[in-house]
Design a protein around this ligand. Structure first.
Ligand code: MG
Length: 249
């Protein structure tokens, strides 16, 4: 069941989104060679609580931390750890969500750690462009798979592949609501987008092939071929005047 949100609910979700965006930027500013992902997680939890919000992922289905931190070939859901220290040339995908007044915000971004190779830089640029191509599709009357079609088109144009096993989602009073929002699909198929829908659009793009695997920790998703992967996400409301990115400062 898709739960459409009223303008006043979207206002509250804007707050959740703003906090999520602020924390993501702050974590990004702290990313550097030598820092551990546990240190980044500590910064994020403190910042979310200072805003009077609650970390969305902490305790979710047993997830133990505030951030998902996924390094290099890790796609999503990496667990922050004292033993994961970032190195020059790594990429780090950070996913963070916050809850305030009962509503969720959710966003993600892949950061370069120091200097990365031109190919890796291109992966990040393309994945962000793919996200924005999905976002600008969010008008009433468009269809759900138009979003994935736009995302996939950008990723594959540049010789990359989209992950199929994990998808974006509706979001509101729960972090994951209907509908699923795949990062692939045929144009002009799927349900009609309507004003009041709020979607987390989150392309996961692999430098190599699309298949992924889960590590024995039960959380961390990695590319099957070991290639690098990037992840960018915004929470987006469909309004009368088109897409409104809620996870913006
Ligand atoms: Mg999400």
């Amino acid at each position: 069941m898709i739960i459409r949100k009223s303008p006043s609910e979207i206002e509250i979700m804007r707050e959740a989104g703003r906090i999520s965006a602020r924390v993501l930027r702050m974590v990004g500013e702290a990313v550097r060679p030598g820092i551990t992902t546990a240190e980044l997680d500590g910064l994020a939890e403190e910042a979310i609580r200072e805003e009077g919000a609650v970390p969305a992922f902490l305790g979710y289905m047993g997830f133990p931390k505030t951030l998902c931190t996924s390094v290099n070939e890790q796609v999503v859901h990496g667990i922050p750890s004292k033993s994961v220290r970032l190195n020059e040339g790594d990429i780090l995908s950070v996913d963070v969500g916050a809850v305030i007044k009962g509503y969720y915000g959710d966003n993600a971004r892949t950061f370069a750690v120091g200097q990365v190779s031109p190919e890796t830089r291109q992966l990040l640029t393309t994945t962000e462009e793919a996200l924005m191509a999905g976002v600008v599709t969010c008008y009433e009357g468009k269809r759900l798979f138009d979003i994935g079609h736009a995302v996939q088109g950008i990723a594959e144009r540049d010789g990359f592949s989209v992950v199929r096993e994990y998808v974006g989602h509706g979001i509101g009073r729960s972090m994951h609501e209907d509908p699923n929002v795949p990062n692939y699909g045929r144009k002009n198929t799927g349900l009609k987008l309507q004003v009041g829908m709020v979607l987390a659009i989150e392309p996961m793009v692999n430098a190599g092939a699309s298949p992924v695997e889960k590590l024995p920790d039960g959380w961390t998703v990695v590319t099957a071929d070991g290639s690098a992967s990037a992840h960018f996400e915004h929470t987006v409301a469909i309004t009368e005047s088109g897409p409104l990115i809620l996870t913006a400062e």
